[in-house]
Design a protein around this ligand. Structure first.
Ligand SMILES: *[C@@H]1O[C@H](CO)[C@@H](O)[C@H](O)[C@H]1NC(C)=O
Ligand SMILES: *[C@@H]1O[C@H](CO)[C@@H](O)[C@H](O)[C@H]1NC(C)=O
Ligand SMILES: *[C@@H]1O[C@H](CO)[C@@H](O)[C@H](O)[C@H]1NC(C)=O
Ligand SMILES: *[C@@H]1O[C@H](CO)[C@@H](O)[C@H](O)[C@H]1NC(C)=O
Ligand SMILES: *[C@@H]1O[C@H](CO)[C@@H](O)[C@H](O)[C@H]1NC(C)=O
Ligand SMILES: *[C@@H]1O[C@H](CO)[C@@H](O)[C@H](O)[C@H]1NC(C)=O
Ligand SMILES: *[C@@H]1O[C@H](CO)[C@@H](O)[C@H](O)[C@H]1NC(C)=O
Length: 852
């Protein structure tokens, strides 16, 4: 029966897809001062950024479906030039870069698409998305009035536009693309480019318009975008934004529902109440298009992360987490917000707007349309105080820093500060590596094969130079690694040989990181950080009489992705000195330095099936610990179950990892300073900024590294890890990401559930009381009720406690509705909770249920 229903549903979906798209006619997309106009009708857009190369094709349908279920009607993505044209003139549109397949999935889901071509995109993506090779075409200067750059940019833009046209992807052709973007946040730095700035911006707009795509173009943060290009806002708040002409609508292309992570910094979070507040304020103040950047952040696989120092995870604290699981309550709170806004759509888009002051920091915006429909948004921007306001003779309590939405100008269906959606507890559950061969009795560890990378130059050196070269100019980003090696001769009569005092090695670098070896032994590692990539270190070292080798492994950790003239920012060693010789300081900076680009293992592709046999691996059940420059490989089974998988690298040093030749990315469990300010409970009230609500102080910024399920075979997967400085391979393990329990917390004064709200007849319809909706993911079910209290429970999900007032029947009542169910609704009604345990008090119900 279940099967039959499923296949019927599938047929229905296919049928609907055919009706919606198979024969869909071209849509006419224009705009006026209020909104986009699609086929003559104003449209309200709530959009979700999902970047196709930051997940895998196997995840795309679910991500798009989850976004749709979250109440968005559009998806936004950038286009990633350096992924599509990795070498000049050689294009790639396969795998994670299969843009056409991605757009088709969005089309089939019945969503619109906003295509931000850029092709400069920033995006915390390597080199801002522009291919590194372009920087090395003589006479090229990025993002200014420069013929070489403009010619390449125009040609790539045309290539993408033509590809979209060929598939009939523009709305003007019947496809999902309703908007396209050229350039990215250029207005913020246009002045820095002097005489080249403005002409370039105007040229970019004109070039875009000449593409004739039949839908409008946008330029974000471009205050001088020429007509008819729409300038849009990117910020945490855009309610105060106004476009540069009365004929353009108010669009918000980047609402940041979190922030990206930097290796060695704390993990940023933005509270859902504040995101909802910002969105509600935007629509209150006349906005008509809002996009969450990111809605699913995903993963910077391989070496795609920008930087320097941006983590491999691009989770972004987004409504869908890196692994594709809804982040709750954020996702659900925004879903309910979208439902509330949609109830207001017609009056918002067609109504007349008036605003009234209801207090010093409280105001209402009322939209009334021709049919007499009335909607109101009441806001309280006071950062501290809840406030009673009177609107149309009714009193409303508006919490601090919140907006209440009244789709009939009477009843509040949503308040941005009252979170009623499910809270999920997500854990990374260790799942030991399973090796694919029989193990000796009692042997529980994994069998690793190792290959030792040489210190310094391997094979033939690339070149010798007196002094230092720029790291990026030399590697051209073909690898993170550059070896620089020299030697120093120590005379027998140096005092330090006798006194036992050690000379000091002093190294300075433009960045990003380095390991220093003396006579083949690792002496020190150093790196810059997210705010300053340069570093300097001093370290006592052991030198012997005679010749000593000094080998520096210089590294990049993601190239610059934004800023004026960012492509000229260099990296690498700038000075090397030795202190403590009889004659004082010995400067090695002008020595003859021998250079080697990359590692032998990289060069021989030993992380791939077909390159594996290019070196002789040493088989060992006792792999070395804390050994630098070591490649580890193991053949492993896929973890059990079907939950998403993260590779736990807490006990490793720094390096890169691959599964079956697919690039998991850079790992680096660099720890955030314990002195960083991690707020245990973050106050959503008041303006948000990225460092406001951090977690993971004193812990690695990123411990787990996402390996998409689709990269696994059931058995015999090739896992390869390159460790630069030393770690403990015994402790590497897979972890399965699981929702272990779900919670709900709701008070009697919560707005009633608005899904059942009937706008036509709001006065007489009996609205269901507020309730807690709990849902375990996938096929898991509620196996027990860990906590339930109707009364005055305290605490947060995972640590709820009974308050002074508690209905003793709470647990059994909730068990009755929820036990063994995949989802359930606990309503705060008299029928559910009979006796009032404490009359006169505002009561709350809190539940924690275990999913299994
Ligand atoms: C598209 O819509 C605009 C305004 O809504 C209208 O002026 C224009 O004639 C329409 N174009 C077509 C081809 O229907
Ligand atoms: C590119 O721009 C730079 C600086 O504006 C200029 O010196 C150079 O001649 C330009 N090259 C070309 C090919 O336009
Ligand atoms: C861009 O395309 C035009 C037309 O095909 C071509 O003449 C020009 O050389 C191309 N520019 C670059 C930089 O490849
Ligand atoms: C209404 O909104 C405008 C524009 O934001 C503002 O200048 C004005 O003070 C507001 N009026 C009231 C009564 O709040
Ligand atoms: C509010 O109450 C006053 C006095 O009772 C009445 O005159 C007015 O019409 C009422 N306004 C609304 C919008 O109901
Ligand atoms: C980054 O490094 C600079 C220079 O070493 C230092 O002054 C700064 O405090 C560091 N910032 C962080 C966030 O660690
Ligand atoms: C890279 O090389 C180019 C060309 O030689 C030079 O102009 C540029 O300054 C170098 N960049 C750095 C950061 O040294």
């Amino acid at each position: 029966m279940a099967m039959a229903m499923a296949s019927f549903a599938l047929q229905l979906m296919l049928l609907m897809a055919a009706v919606l798209f198979g024969y869909s006619a071209a849509a006419n997309v224009t705009y006026d001062h209020r909104s986009l106009i699609i086929d003559g009708k104003r449209e309200l857009i709530i959009s979700a950024s999902i970047h196709y190369p930051r997940s895998v094709p196997g995840m795309w349908p679910d991500l798009v479906a989850t976004a749709k279920e979250g109440g968005v009607n559009a998806v936004e993505t950038y286009v990633f030039w350096n992924g599509h044209e990795p070498t000049q003139g050689h294009y790639y549109f396969g795998g994670r870069y299969d843009l056409v397949r991605f757009v088709k999935i969005i089309q089939q889901a019945g969503l619109y698409l906003i295509l931000r071509i850029g092709p400069f995109v920033a995006a915390e993506w390597n080199f801002g998305g522009v291919p590194v090779w372009l920087h090395y075409i003589p006479g090229t200067v990025f993002r200014t009035d420069n013929e070489s750059f403009k010619s390449h940019m125009a040609n790539f833009t045309t290539l993408i536009v033509n590809k979209m046209k060929q598939e009939k992807f523009f709305a003007s052709q019947g496809g999902p693309i309703i908007l396209s973007q050229i350039e990215n946040e250029y207005g913020d730095i246009e002045m820095v480019y002097g005489n080249g700035g403005k002409p370039y911006a105007m040229w970019a707009a004109k070039m875009a318009l000449s593409q004739d795509i039949g839908v409008p173009w946008i330029m974000c943060q471009q205050y001088d975008a020429p007509d008819p290009v729409i300038n849009t806002c990117n910020s945490f708040y855009c309610d105060q934004f106004t476009p540069n002409s009365n004929s353009k609508p108010k669009f918000w292309t980047e609402n940041w529902p979190g922030w990206f992570k930097t290796f060695g910094a704390k993990d940023p979070h933005r509270p859902p109440e504040d995101i909802a507040f910002a969105v509600a304020r935007f629509f209150q103040k006349g906005g008509s298009l809002q996009n969450y950047y990111m809605y699913h952040g995903g993963t910077n696989f391989g070496r795609t992360s920008g930087g320097p120092f941006i983590t491999t995870s691009y989770d972004y604290d987004a409504p869908i987490d890196e692994y594709g699981i809804t982040r709750q309550p954020k996702w659900g709170h925004l879903k309910q917000l979208h439902e509330a806004i949609k109830l207001c759509k017609h009056a918002l888009l067609y109504g007349e707007q008036i605003n009234l002051s209801l207090g010093p920091l409280q105001e209402v915006d009322i939209y009334t349309d021709g049919s007499g429909e009335c909607v109101a948004f009441i806001s309280n921007v006071d950062e501290k105080h809840d406030q009673h306001v009177t609107f149309r003779n009714t009193s409303y309590l508006i919490p601090a820093w919140s907006v209440s939405i009244l789709p009939d100008c009477k009843e509040v269906v949503y308040n941005t500060a009252k979170v009623g959606s499910q809270i999920s507890v997500i854990e990374m559950q260790p799942d030991n590596l399973h090796i694919s061969t029989m193990l000796p009795e009692g042997f529980s560890g994994i069998k690793w094969d190792i290959f030792q990378e040489k210190v310094g130059v391997w094979g033939y050196h690339d070149f010798v130079v007196n002094g230092f070269v720029d790291h990026i100019n030399t590697t051209k980003d073909s690898t993170d690694y550059l070896w620089c090696t020299t030697s120093v001769y120590v005379d027998d009569n140096e005092d330090f040989l006798k006194s036992g005092s050690q000379p000091i090695l002093i190294v300075e670098s433009k960045g990003h990181a380095m390991h220093a070896f003396v006579n083949h032994e690792l002496q020190a590692s150093a790196s810059g950080n997210g705010s300053d990539s340069t570093f300097k270190f001093q370290k006592p070292i052991l030198l012997r009489a005679g010749k000593n080798d000094i080998s520096l492994l210089s590294m990049t950790v993601g190239l610059q992705n934004a800023g004026p003239f960012y492509e000229w920012v260099g990296a690498g060693v700038t000075s090397v000195k030795l202190e403590g010789f009889n004659k004082g300081v010995v400067d090695l900076s002008t020595n003859a330095w021998i250079y080697k680009i990359g590692l032998e293992g990289e060069y021989l592709n030993i992380y791939k099936e077909d390159g594996l046999h290019n070196v002789k691996w040493i088989s060992t059940s006792n792999p070395p610990k804390n050994q630098p420059l070591t490649w580890y490989k193991a053949i492993v089974d896929a973890p059990n179950g079907n939950e998403p998988v993260g590779l736990d690298m807490k006990h490793m040093g720094k390096g890169q990892a691959w599964l079956n030749g697919e690039p998991i990315g850079r790992f680096w469990p660099r720890v955030s300073s314990i002195n960083d300010d991690c707020t245990p409970k973050c106050d959503y009230r008041g303006k948000f900024f990225p460092s406001k609500c951090g977690t993971r102080c004193g812990e690695p910024t990123q411990r787990w590294y996402h390996i998409p399920r689709s990269w696994f075979k059931p058995r015999e997967n090739l896992l390869v890890i390159f460790e630069e400085k030393g770690g403990d391979p015994y402790q590497i393990c897979f972890s399965r990401r699981r929702v272990t329990s779900v919670c709900g917390l709701i008070s009697e004064d919560h707005p009633p559930s608005n899904t059942a709200y009937n706008k036509q007849d709001s006065s007489s319809s009996i609205r269901p009381p507020a309730g807690i909706h709990l849902e375990c993911p996938g096929s898991s079910r509620i196996s027990s009720i860990k906590f339930a209290s109707f009364g005055t429970p305290q605490g947060t999900c995972g640590s709820f406690q009974m308050g002074a007032c508690h209905d003793p029947l709470s647990v059994s009542l909730v068990e009755k509705v929820c036990l063994n169910a995949q989802e359930c609704l606990v309503q705060l009604s008299k029928e559910n909770f009979g006796e009032d345990p404490c009359p006169g008090l505002l009561k709350t119900v809190a539940v924690e249920a275990v999913c299994q």
